[in-house]
Structure formats: C-alpha cells, structure tokens
Design a protein around this ligand. Structure first.
Ligand SMILES: Nc1ncnc2c1ncn2[C@@H]1O[C@H](COP(=O)(O)OP(=O)(O)OP(=O)(O)O)[C@@H](O)[C@H]1O
Length: 469
C-alpha cells in the first residue's frame, strides 16, 4: 500500500526512459529552497566520489564546482546507430573511467534493442523493469521512478523537476558504483548502464543488472529447511564480505527483505542506495547506542573514538530479526536444532561478530552435507524394503510438507537409510523412488509414494517397496 503507482508502460515497447540526469556537481546558489536543493545535490555528488575512490588513495579529493560532468556517458543523441561503433565504445570507456567503473559490457545500444519490457516493481526512488537483451539475456533495468515518493516529494518542495531527477538519479549512480566495487556471489551483478535523453530531461540513467525474483517471506516459510538455510547462509556470507570489503565495513541502513532478491535459490542484495561505510564517531559508550524496535544496544567506544564494529553489528542484528528467527530453526533436522538455537540466540544478543556467526553457519552446512547430523539417531528400520533397480512409480503420490513438488511428496535425503527412516515414519508411505536429481547441498531427491501397484522402467531411478509393516 505504501508503493507509488507504477509508472506508465514504455511507449512502443521501448525501454523505460525516465527523465533526468545526475551529473554536474551543483553550484551553490543563493535563495532558500534552491540553495537547499543545490546543497543536497552536492552532498550526493560528494558521497559518490567517496565510494568510487579506492581507500588507499587517502584523503578526499576536493570537489571542484565545475568539474567535468561526473557521468557524462554516451548520450542518446550520439546513438550507436548514428556513429561508428568504435566511437560509441570509446565514449562509454571514457565515461566509465570517470565513474571509476570498468567499461560496461552492456549499454544504450543493447537497451534500445531490448524486448519483452515488463514492469517489476518500485520502491521510494526507483522503478524496476524486466527486459530481454540480445534476445537471450533476461536483465533488470533500474531507473528513477517519476511517480515515486522521492521525486514527488522533492518536486512538491522545490518545483524543479530536472534537479529533483538528478537528486534521485544519484542514488542509482551510488548503487552502480557500489555494485561494481563490492563484488561477491551475493551482491547483484551490474551488467552496464545507459544515459539517454528523454522528452524533458537530458541524460536519464538506466542501470542494467542481473535479474532476480523478489524475496517473499511467506513463500520462504513454506519451503524446505534446506532452502531456508541457504538463504541464511548466503546472507551471512554477504555480511561477512561487507564487514571486510575493499571499502571498509559496509552497513545496510535499510535491511528490509525487499532490499534483497533471489537468484537461483541464493539471496543477493539489490538495493545499495542506503549502504554506508561511515563508522560512528564517539567520545563515550553512550554515543554508541543502537536502537531497534524491540531491543537497544550500547557498543563500546574505541580509543580511536569510533563505535566498535557498529556497522557489522547493525547488519547482524537485522539479519537476526528479519531472517534468522523466522528461517533458521523451524523444521530443521532435530540434531541440528541445538546449534541453530545457539546461533539465533547469540546473534539476537549480539554476542558474536560476523566472523564467528559465519563460521558456525558453515559448520551447520558441513554437518548437513556430510550426513554427520544423522549419526546420533538410531538407524534400525521397522520395515523391510525390496529394491527394484531402474524403475519408478509414476503415480500414487501423496502430499507432505515441505515438499519440493506441489502435488507429490518430494524430499531430499542424505542416503537411502534416511529415505527408509522417512518412509517408516509416514503410515501413508508404501514405497519411494530415488531420483538422479540433487539439491544445492548435493542431497538426493526422493519421491515418497502411497502405493506400488504400477512400477515402470526408468534407467535413472531406483524404487524401494515396503514389504512388511
Ligand atoms: N534485480 C532485480 N530483479 C528483480 N526485481 C528487482 C530487482 N531489483 C529490484 N527489484 C524489485 O524492485 C523493487 C524496487 O527496487 P529498489 O529496492 O532498488 O528500489 P528503491 O526505490 O530503492 O526501493 P526502496 O524504497 O525499498 O529503497 C524491489 O523491492 C524489488 O522487489
């Protein structure tokens, strides 16, 4: 309900080209509102510069008011169609260098030929579209949302659409710089970007990124523990990377689940416009106060006058409150529960840092993958099973939860003994079929069946039929 209405669909199947252009460092102007807007533009511009410069470069460079346009990329009026290819590429390369980015593999040329453009969603600032580039690559396109809260509020206040666009577009620029500098399996990949003129505003920016699907908590709660654990593990790997990133310790100030998307079952951060590397300065511990809806923490103030590990701990507590409590313990294998409860408690109390938390989750992964978690359980089968190689049972499904198949009972197992244990524990289960499919941890997928009347040949599967009860 808090989402702004979607922007109008792109005309003639063209990619969305919302107006505006970040880019020239704003000059200070006299006079109330305009001066305030100019100041905000300048602050955003300076922030982008901070992120794009390698830390080792040392002190911040002074920003010259008339410095060349920061993101004067390949404008639409010099479209790739109208100019030799080499020049377009050269312009892109030069622009990338200005941004501190590598030349993008995808740009305006590919965007103009995009197909299947579809509105995906929007937040306060950006609208996101799905599109197919080069007829094969499905990507996400991010642009400033003209109907969005950010632009609308700014226009109401300053009545200056072009500058309000620039202010919002800086968020995309910041995100692009961060996506480029923070490279990790759980950070969305930036494929490229395009500046093109729009009706009212020159040099509107579209970022081209990897496509994901929105993270739906309700949906996640209905999936297997294995898949939910994967989300938590990818989040912890991401936070571990962010705590030790090339930019320093990065905190995600906005940590709601909608800042993340799922790509092939892995969680990836997509919205980086609220990321920050500033570590709060302090003179005493009371300056290092962290407030959350249900808990507050006071962190130690270091002798250097910085709140110790505040960025890392903020991320960790948010991971606990938005993800771990919901996703980690429920329907986990019973022998892993004590360790998982320990992880949930330790992060909820901020007793551990990210290094320890990551090490503990990797430990859970190893116990699960290696089958060690099964060792404490008694593994004597109540029933006998007849092995029928190269065979499967096409029907006779029953439903179970949480199943990998919506009609049948498809679960992952470590080995055939675990499948026997599961079948033993379901009175409905009369047989099971080992498939040749595996999950992300390498566990085998098994169909549990309610009868074994029709067995069919299949070279890739093995059927086990319960012979006694
Ligand atoms: N790469 C992507 N693939 C698929 N959907 C995405 C992608 N990136 C973003 N989205 C969807 O689009 C929505 C808006 O994107 P994004 O969060 O970047 O915009 P925003 O204006 O910064 O939002 P917010 O107000 O949450 O900060 C997201 O909630 C997400 O569901």
């Amino acid at each position: 309900s808090e989402l702004p209405p979607p922007p109008p669909p792109p005309r003639d199947g063209a990619p969305p080209s919302p107006p505006g252009a970040p880019l020239e460092p704003p000059e200070e102007e006299g006079g109330g509102g305009r001066a305030a807007l100019a100041r905000q533009l300048r602050e955003r511009y300076e922030e982008v510069l901070r992120y794009r410069q390698p830390r080792a470069a040392g002190a911040r460079r002074a920003v010259r008011p008339r410095e060349r346009r920061l993101m004067d990329l390949a404008p639409a009026r010099t479209s790739a169609e109208q100019q030799p290819r080499g020049r377009a590429a050269a312009e892109r390369g030069r622009a990338s260098a200005e941004l501190g980015l590598e030349p993008p593999p995808l740009g305006c040329r590919e965007l103009r030929a995009a197909g299947g453009v579809q509105y995906l969603g929007s937040g306060y600032t950006k609208a996101v579209y799905k599109a197919v580039l080069n007829r094969s690559l499905a990507v996400a396109l991010k642009a400033v949302d003209f109907g969005g809260h950010d632009v609308a509020r700014c226009v109401r206040q300053f009545a200056a659409l072009a500058d309000c666009y620039r202010l919002a577009a800086y968020k995309i620029v910041k995100e692009m710089v961060l996506l480029q500098r923070l490279r990790h399996a759980n950070v969305l990949q930036l494929y490229g970007y395009c500046y093109q003129d729009s009706n009212d505003i020159p040099d509107t920016l579209t970022a081209i990124t990897e496509l994901g699907s929105p993270l739906e908590m309700i949906q996640l709660l209905q999936t297997s523990w294995e898949d939910r654990f994967r989300i938590c593990l990818s989040l912890v790997r991401l936070l571990h990377y962010l705590a030790h990133s090339p930019l320093g310790s990065v905190t995600l100030l906005d940590f709601r689940p909608r800042q993340f998307v799922i790509v092939d079952g892995e969680l990836k951060v997509t919205d980086l416009d609220d990321a920050s590397i500033e570590e709060s300065s302090c003179t005493s511990n009371s300056d290092c106060f962290m407030e959350f809806p249900a808990r507050n923490f006071t962190l130690p103030c270091s002798v250097e006058g910085r709140c110790q590990n505040m960025n890392e701990k903020r991320n960790l507590y948010n991971a606990y409150r938005f993800f771990f409590t919901y996703l980690l313990p429920h329907s986990a294998p019973p022998s892993l529960r004590p360790l998982l409860d320990k992880i949930v408690n330790a992060t909820g109390e901020l007793h551990w840092g990210i290094d320890e938390t990551a090490a503990q989750l990797e430990r859970v992964l190893n116990l699960y993958k290696s089958g060690e978690y099964l060792q404490n359980t008694t593994r004597i089968s109540k029933s006998e099973y007849r092995r029928v190689p190269e065979a499967f049972i096409p029907d006779e499904n029953y439903r179970c939860w949480p199943s990998y198949h919506h009609k049948g009972c498809l679960l992952s197992v470590f080995d055939v003994n675990e499948a026997i244990e599961i079948c033993d524990s379901y009175s409905q289960c009369k047989a099971f079929v080992l498939t040749n499919q595996t999950t992300w941890t390498g566990r085998q997928l098994v169909f549990f069946k309610a009868a074994s009347n029709h067995i069919m040949p299949d070279p890739d599967k093995i059927t086990y039929v319960k012979v006694t009860d």
